[in-house]
Design a protein around this ligand. Sequence first.
Ligand code: BTN
Length: 257
Amino acid sequence: MRDARRPPPPLCRKLVRLGIVSSTNDVARQLAEAGWPEGTVVVAEEQTAGRGRFGRRWESPRGGLWFSILLKPELGAEDVARLPVVAGLAVARALRNSLGLSVELKWPNDVLIKGKKVCGILVESSFTGEQLAFLILGIGINANFDPDELPEPISSSSTSLRAELGRDVDLDALLFSVLHELSACYETLLSGRGEELLREAEGLMGLPRRARILSGGRELVGLAIGLADDGSLLLRTEDGHVEKAVWWEATIIELGS
Ligand code: BTN
């Protein structure tokens, strides 16, 4: 249960709780199109067609925390571009502050524990002409199930909160903790201090470190040196020039030290 003494997080104006859905991102999109406000949160017990980045399937059994948040950000383009990284940071803070876990981030927004993925984030947008109409932030946290319930090869690269803590967690408390951290980060962006969040995220990503990435169909190898102002990953390649990888078309294949 959430702490009744704590006011609800600003990014939880409406909470829609569902049993089995195709994808919480789809439900949130329908609500956005029907005029529901920023801070509408859709949480489901199970997803039958959960999806991840690049159209990959996202396994969403019962016991996980699967939810989507509707945002209508009144932010400049740079701060909007920072949101995917910032969402990962908010989840990392919640897992550390509410459960005492030691977590890392893998750009742009995977949350890892001891190198294994515990949370994935899918950001989807909708435009009216050139204008951003809304964003859906879909967050999936492997919580109260064992990673070996997932099919291979996902199982071996994933972990869960149950596996890390040796017990189940209160999903409601975790949801509200993430929404509080996300609201705080959102406030930081709105107050023009988004760079602080990027520096914190770089720390959790362990940058600089060596990386192999796939960006727009090209494989690049080099030293990931930091994040650009818009949250892109800056990679200094072997020949010394700096490439900028953007979150919607790039993924890290391998990380070194
Ligand atoms: C990824 O790592 O590729 C992103 C995974 C995002 C999964 C979440 S679960 C809630 C929301 N609904 C979905 O269909 N996807 C996101």
